[in-house]
Design a protein around this ligand. Structure first.
Ligand SMILES: Nc1ncnc2c1ncn2[C@@H]1O[C@H](COP(=O)(O)OP(=O)(O)OP(=O)(O)O)[C@@H](O)[C@H]1O
Length: 686
């Protein structure tokens, strides 16, 4: 239906006009045919020809131009690939209906495809054929190579946003684009000098060139309307031209530039104030001699630098010889040094521990905090079940510890006990309840026993310290796995893993909810889903919301919190369902609820997904890394629907957690039944 209606919309008027016109010509010319000269001179025919000419002109500037635009977009799509499903050309013939494309007067005027996983080079004769283009936004993709030189044909371009790609080469051909108002080429690999040709772009208000490889000196750039300017972190040298002196310092950092608003230039003073890359003093064409003041400055600077270096060495040696750090605070300070990547943690735990020369902030750490003002008898870890009674508080105090991260409820540490056992210790802050209440509540948490929950093994309570001991999860959090470094060496989570993680989380939460109508998790998010070595999901941090005071940061569950929740400690089971729905969307889209794109568009993840699904093909929303699991597409779409159901605005419209876990189970069962045996490798991935 849609195809036909689209075709009708596009072709019908022009087809009808042509039909009547040619019919008319045919009738009249038939009468005139015998005499060729008469035919030329016939005034009626002249009129006809004129109409025909005007019509073909109109025709060529409307539908045929849109045809050219469409062809250009298709060529663009096949060149830079991106999502297989970028534009559903089958259902929507007119390019004006494609995602990220806007038209005016039947011509493509806007392309906005930010963060759409486009990759490769932009060839000539693609974008450049969109001669009415006014906005081109391809930011945050993986596009590379030089920009097509024929982009200069798009003379109506006003806004170019290409930041966050891997484009290379010079940009001189852009100087013909006299209508440009916003030009953002930041975070690419563009190179060459920044020529004075930019001055041709008299309407420019934004010129952002930071974090590229531009070199040479900065020319005088005399823009009258410039609002945003940045050339920081390039390889520029020489002095800041007078016309740019009023720009903020940040606009020039990370170069070898000097002069106002940076330091004074040599000749007129000393070397560039900010010099990170290749300390070449002044303009490369100038050979300046250092003044005596500058020489004195350099000498004093060197001596001070040397002394600082000595001091640093001394401190470092002392730290090493002083063996282990003595407190949790110390461990916290060392956080950045001691945080290790997920991969590193796995290697360590596979090697049987982290003590082998790894820079750990030691957990004698644990001792200082615990010893204050405590009676010996009170220094006891309280265990749940028997499993961990293999160690006591003293063992924990002797363990090596490193900071895993800071959360809402306190700081988490990885502690390696002498016998090789690894545990995670959470040091709670802001415990707002009495000891009796704490012990009662934590007993409930310790009694929770489900394979998809991170088990609380023990706790310690004293006036100053409240510690919780959990199983250590070597693969870290789902959040880190989904959104951590996407560089080489990272294995993306394949569909089978994601779908089983979804089920396991649902089952973990369902178990919690089954403990009573008032039992909820209250802090469901991807950083609270931890993974075992075999990628089994365990939900952590349950039951903690009731132990501590109000959250220090109201944004702690930003993006996951149900709209009706006003007090983050009072969260209903249906609000948990909402948070789970967001988590499910995160697994499916690969986008964190705090994704920059969403912030920019001012929507949350559920509303973004809903709008995309409503307006376009559902496949548009899926994580690019999932698109190759074609056989599981039906399951993905069904899960997407479930996630949308879970994130309904009104709590009563959301399913219960047990319904959710049943639905996922059924979905998985049918997919596995239909496809797994047929094409196991496709589902499992490489
Ligand atoms: N049992 C554990 N095993 C392995 N890593 C853990 C464990 N518990 C927590 N972590 C890691 O420690 C870090 C801090 O966790 P923590 O739970 O304190 O905060 P959070 O989950 O980031 O935020 P919040 O406190 O709001 O839940 C996280 O990166 C988490 O992945």
């Amino acid at each position: 239906m849609t195809i036909i209606s689209n075709l009708k919309l596009w072709f019908l008027p022009s087809f009808l006009t042509h039909f009547f016109l040619y019919y008319y010509i045919f009738l009249h010319s038939y009468k005139m045919l015998p005499n060729y000269s008469t035919l030329i001179l016939q005034p009626k025919l002249k009129m006809l020809l004129l109409i025909l000419l005007i019509h073909s002109l109109i025709f060529s500037t409307t539908s045929s131009d849109l045809t050219t635009d469409r062809a250009a977009l298709l060529a663009f799509r096949s060149a830079v690939g991106g999502r297989t499903f970028l534009w559903n050309t089958f259902n929507t013939t007119s390019p004006c209906n494609w995602a990220g494309v806007q038209c005016e007067n039947n011509r493509v005027t806007v392309i906005r495809l930010p963060a759409s996983a486009l990759s490769g080079k932009l060839p000539v004769n693609t974008i450049s054929n969109l001669t009415r283009l006014r906005t081109l936004s391809l930011r945050l993709n993986n596009l590379s190579g030089p920009l097509p030189y024929d982009l200069s044909k798009c003379v109506e371009l006003r806004n170019i946003y290409l930041q966050g790609n891997y484009f290379t080469g010079p940009v001189t051909f852009l100087f013909g684009l006299r209508s440009l108002v916003r030009l953002n080429l930041a975070d690419n690999n563009f190179s060459g000098e920044i020529p004075s040709g930019f001055n041709n772009l008299t309407r420019l208000r934004t010129l952002l060139l930071e974090r590229n490889h531009f070199y040479g000196s900065l020319p005088e750039l005399k823009f009258t309307n410039l609002e945003q300017f940045n050339v920081s972190f390039n390889k520029l040298n020489g002095s800041v031209p007078r016309s740019l002196e009023s720009m903020p310092v940040d606009a020039f950092l990370g170069n070898s530039l000097c002069g106002k608003p940076l330091g004074i230039c040599p000749g007129g003073g000393t070397q560039p104030a900010i010099a990170t890359a290749g300390i070449e003093i002044g303009n490369s064409t100038k050979k300046n001699k250092l003044s005596s003041g500058a020489v004195a400055g350099v000498v004093i600077g060197s001596v001070v630098g040397f002394l600082v270096l000595l001091l640093l060495l001394f401190v470092l040696c002392r730290t090493k010889n002083g063996e282990k750090m003595r407190s949790f605070e110390a461990a916290t300070i060392k956080q950045t040094e001691t945080e290790v990547s997920v991969e590193k943690q796995i290697v360590e735990s596979e090697n049987g521990g982290i003590n082998n020369g790894h820079p750990v902030a030691a957990a004698a750490a644990l001792s200082t905090g615990l010893s204050t003002g405590e009676e010996n008898g009170a220094k006891k870890l309280v265990f749940f079940g028997d499993y961990y009674k293999t160690f006591d508080l003293e063992d924990l105090l002797k363990a090596s510890a490193e900071v895993l991260g800071k959360g809402t409820f306190g700081t988490a540490y990885k502690a390696v006990l002498e016998m090789g056992t690894i545990v995670a210790v959470k040091r709670l802050k802001d415990v707002a309840i009495s000891e009796k209440e704490f012990r009662e509540k934590i007993e409930t948490v310790g009694a929770m026993n489900h394979e998809n929950l991170v088990p609380l093994r023990a706790y310690y309570y004293s006036g100053e310290e409240k510690l919780l001991v959990y199983d250590y999860m070597p693969m870290g959090s789902l959040s880190a796995l989904l959104h951590g470094s996407k560089g080489a060496g990272r294995t993306p989570l394949n569909w089978e893993i994601r779908s089983s993680i979804a089920l396991q989380i649902a089952q973990g939460i369902d178990y919690l909810h089954s403990q009573g109508p008032n039992v909820s998790h209250a802090n469901i998010k991807s950083s609270n889903v931890l993974l075992t070595k075999s990628y089994e999901a365990r939900v952590s941090d349950f039951g903690l919301a009731n132990l501590v005071g109000p959250p220090s940061s109201p944004t702690r569950v930003a993006g996951y919190r149900a709209p009706e929740v006003t007090d983050p400690r009072k969260v209903s089971q249906k609000a948990d369902v909402y948070s789970f729905g967001v988590l499910l969307l995160e697994l499916l889209t690969g986008k964190a609820p705090t994704h920059a794109l969403l912030n920019e568009e001012g929507v949350d993840l559920p509303r973004w997904v809903e709008s995309v699904v409503r307006e376009e093909w559902p496949s548009e929303v899926f994580d690019i890394e999932l698109l190759r699991y074609q056989t599981a597409e039906e399951e993905m779409v069904q899960l997407l629907q479930l996630a949308i159901d879970c994130t309904a605005q009104y709590p009563d419209n959301r399913p219960s957690m047990s319904e959710v876990s049943k639905r996922i189970e059924e979905l998985r069962r049918s997919t596995l039944h239909e496809h797994y045996l047929v094409n196991a490798t496709d589902l499992i991935g490489p």
